[in-house]
Design a protein around this ligand. Structure first.
Ligand SMILES: [Zn+2]
Length: 838
């Protein structure tokens, strides 16, 4: 647990304030974690955006957040005093009639909306660029204009006419960034206030000049004054409206399809919900660590604290965990901790029975049930705080997933709670704002689709998404493989969380059979695979700064653990739809080894980012997003090894385990004996209850370096091609044995991306699906003596005796070990390797 530290907090303030104030009106160099540290230090981020009454010119529309750099706001240079003059001037090209001018305020999740909106100003039009004889459209020169918050403002222009429109600001608003600032205790607030003291700015997202309902300022040139104006971000002011407009309302009843017309698409193979047993191996250790992590991190009363608070029940001795993170993860996202626990515990209990873990899981579900309201409402935060922080989407999804996993683990009460809650949720009048006002609202979509596919699902769970959440323009962009759809997502933060939307759209395809959903998801899948994945599989886009396609930064905090959990869950869906296509399991496999297992720090905690050069991050035990999805995913590892089909089985991953499943009314068992990844040989033994005809499909991984020979009962029976499943079809009898040796070897991949250095090449080394780390080689050069070609390394690598998966080469002072094994050592997954002729 990281304790509160002034110096640390101050450093975070300085870092954030520098990037915020020093850049063009937006937080460009600050990740969610920095923001969370900041928010935590400031106290709870629990203020809803205030709805201000009496704002002259308010249109009634609220501004949707814009975060991607293409939609970032205009921001003047800061002035030490409020009374400073700065202006913005738009050239319409020709003299035109003007009906109105619209001002769009700054709006960004977790930040004060309306920050930098002018206090005293006038808007004029003129025919000459020097405004020698201006005509006034509106003037607030003698009185202060109120803080509009996120309201979009429109001023009518009576008899307005001119070629130029100028906004002249004579009094600037004091800088005010975080919504929580007003609530934070003074000692926490003060250092932050010191840093922004005397900072007055003009920030506006956009200006429109309207004539007959058309924005005649769009893409027109913008000039700014020399004292405070920022010419670099001036053109942002006349950008086009975003695809679904600038407001927060999304309501498209025409997207809804009648459930009677749906043609549900069944999975061709299904992940088993139960019946897999793990032998000793990496997965088994990971699940055992997961159990200890779940039991040692928070107690039942801690998990139920906010539910009881909301219901006015006694807290039964729990106290909030202290520390700077608690304010965000615990209080802001009230209830998500119960979601985290139920996700991890529910999944784990499907494979390993554990009395204490099950007892606690049932106690948490029962505790949520005790706090349930008469209207079915079950969340830990009060109903009317839906739009506070990320409660309406993130927290709702966490609790939903948690109850679903508890349900699948045998707690049927969890399903009933969800049905009652979603009957309430699906009829909320404010659903039309749920996408844009929930601080990354789309992350809640997959909660609905998963409820739909649960035993208590209803068509409304899907139709609510079609009507209020579906972004048809985005589906079209994904289908067209437009990379901008990802890293310039127009609403909210471009992020690995976009993968959760792809999960939801694939579920919409399965529910309705509507192919446009599938086509979009296929496009999105390719975009992520080709542009935002580092060698080894970690996802190289995260909220915060810009991450252009293929940038693959090695030093930015990337590879968010939960991002890879979402990537695995998306690939699991695609695999079940199209199980003969090996590529989805290849993605799952490397994400497990190189991200999920690599970020599990024993039972102590779970890492947030996947750092590939230097040192791994310290793990956390604070109910972070990456912990919630990490414990959930580790708990589901057994269901990824095999998939069950009507006519047999898919063997996807190689891990000592067994599966028992039903085939044509009979029970069949398959046991896998292997030491993979330490050793490449695999034996499968079948035990059907009586001789059974079945197709056993064996994956030959795409990383295999040659064809894979497969023996049945000691006889050569088939040859697997890399990247395909080989089908073994016959009548199987008890004791039949399948054996093969995975053709595993090394692969070197030259690094390309923003951290490329001319004349110095970095290489990632993989051993099959395993990303290797060069220990103690952080940014040093690794000379390859007597070699002209870097590929010579692969011939020289030899196993270190007694250390499985550790390799070294003669004359090289370096040792490669699996990245997942690294704990505190200095390492590089991308060392500079330099062939040197002697
Ligand atoms: Zn995360």
């Amino acid at each position: 647990m990281i304790s509160f530290s002034w110096s640390r907090t101050r450093a975070v303030f300085q870092n954030i304030c520098f990037t915020v104030i020093g850049s063009t009106g937006d937080m460009h160099h600050c990740t969610r974690r920095d923001l969370i540290q900041m928010a935590a230090a400031l106290g709870s981020l629990s203020l809803a955006a205030p709805l201000l009454a009496g704002v002259p010119g308010a249109t009634g529309e609220q501004m949707a957040a814009s975060t991607a750099s293409r939609y970032r706001p205009y921001r003047s240079r800061a002035s030490k005093v409020a009374q400073a003059t700065t202006w913005i001037q738009i050239d319409l090209g020709t003299t035109q009639a003007i009906d109105a001018v619209r001002l769009y305020p700054f709006s960004k999740p977790h930040y004060s909306p309306g920050n930098g909106f002018p206090v005293r100003f006038r808007i004029e039009c003129a025919d000459d660029p020097a405004f020698k004889s201006p005509r006034t459209i509106v003037s607030w020169s003698k009185a202060d204009y109120p803080d509009p918050g996120d309201r979009i403002i429109e001023f009518q222009a009576k008899r307005g006419r001119g070629r130029y429109v100028r906004l002249t600001v004579t009094k600037l608003r004091a800088e005010r960034l975080f919504t929580s600032l007003d609530m934070a205790p003074k000692e926490v607030r003060q250092p932050y206030l010191d840093l922004i003291e005397g900072s007055h700015v003009l920030v506006l997202s956009k200006i429109e000049v309207l004539a007959n309902g058309v924005d005649i300022a769009q893409h027109r040139p913008v000039w700014v004054d020399e004292s405070y104006g920022d010419p670099q971000s001036a053109s942002q002011l006349t950008r086009a409206r975003r695809p679904q407009g600038e407001g927060v309302i999304t309501d498209n009843p025409r997207n809804v399809t009648a459930s009677s017309t749906w043609q549900a698409v069944a999975y061709s193979a299904r992940a088993p919900l139960a019946g897999v047993e793990l032998g000793n191996g990496l997965f088994r250790s990971a699940l055992e660590n997961n159990i200890r992590y779940l039991l040692e991190s928070f107690g039942v009363d801690d998990l139920l604290r906010q539910f009881r608070q909301r219901a006015g029940k006694p807290l039964q001795g729990s106290a909030p965990k202290p520390g700077p993170f608690a304010a965000f993860w615990e209080d802001d996202l009230a209830g998500s901790n119960a979601g985290r626990f139920l996700m991890g515990a529910g999944n784990t209990l499907r494979w390993i029975e554990h009395a204490e873990l099950r007892g606690r899981m049932n106690a948490v579900v029962a505790g949520i049930a005790e706090c349930r309201q008469g209207n079915g409402y079950i969340m830990a935060y009060p109903e009317d705080t839906f739009f506070v922080s990320e409660r309406g989407a993130y927290t709702r999804a966490w609790v939903t997933h948690g109850l679903l996993e508890a349900g699948y683990a045998g707690n049927t009460q969890a399903f009933e709670l969800l049905r009652g809650y979603y009957d309430w949720y699906n009829s909320r009048p404010y659903l039309q704002e749920a996408l844009r006002r929930c601080n990354w609202g789309p992350q809640g979509m997959v909660a609905n689709t998963r409820v739909y596919f649960s035993p208590v699902g209803q068509p409304q769970d899907i139709q609510v998404l079609q009507r209020y959440f579906q972004e048809s323009y985005w589906l079209a962009d994904l289908k067209a493989r437009k990379a901008d759809a990802v890293w310039q997502y127009p609403y909210d933060r471009p992020h690995s969380y976009l993968l959760t939307i792809l999960e939801a759209y694939l579920d919409l395809y399965r529910a309705t059979g509507e192919r446009s959903y599938l086509e979009a998801v296929s496009g999105g899948w390719e975009l992520f695979r080709d542009n935002w994945q580092n060698t080894g599989g970690s996802i190289s886009i995260i909220e915060g700064p810009d991450f252009p396609p293929k940038s693959n930064s090695l030093y930015a905090k990337l590879g968010e653990n939960c991002g890879s959990a979402f990537w695995i869950l998306l690939n699991q869906r695609l695999h079940q739809l199209d199980p003969d296509n090996e590529r989805y399991v290849a993605e799952i496999e490397k994400s497990i080894y190189n991200v999920i297992l690599a970020n599990q720090d024993g039972s102590r905690g779970i890492r947030y980012h996947t750092m590939l050069v230097g040192q791994k991050e310290a793990s956390q035990c604070v109910n972070s997003c990456c912990e919630g999805q990490g414990t959930r995913l580790v708990g589901s590892l057994p269901e990824l090894i095999y998939s069950v089909a009507d006519d047999g089985l898919y063997v996807n991953l190689f891990e000592r385990s067994s599966i028992e499943w039903q085939l044509g009314g009979e029970v069949i068992k398959l046991a896998m004996e292997t030491q993979f990844p330490n050793e490449p040989s695999v034996q499968l033994k079948l035990q059907p209850s009586k001789p059974l005809h079945a197709k056993i499909r064996i994956r030959t991984p795409s990383w295999a370096t040659k064809a894979m020979e497969i023996e049945i009962n000691g006889q050569r029976a088939a040859v697997g091609t890399p990247g395909e499943y080989v089908v073994l079809e016959r009548t199987w009898s008890a004791g039949d044995e399948i054996a093969f040796i995975l053709p595993i070897s090394f692969e070197l991949t030259e690094y390309t991306g923003v951290d490329q250095i001319t004349g110095r090449k970095r290489y990632a080394l993989e051993y099959g699906p395993i990303l290797m780390a060069a220990e103690n080689a952080a940014d040093a050069e690794v000379p390859l003596e007597g070699a002209t070609d870097v590929l010579e390394l692969l011939k020289r690598l030899q196993p270190v005796p007694g250390w499985p998966l550790h390799f070294t080469a003669p004359l090289m002072a370096i040792e490669w070990s699996p990245y997942f094994e690294i704990e505190k050592d200095n390492f590089s997954c991308f060392p500079f390797i330099v062939p040197k002729v002697l």
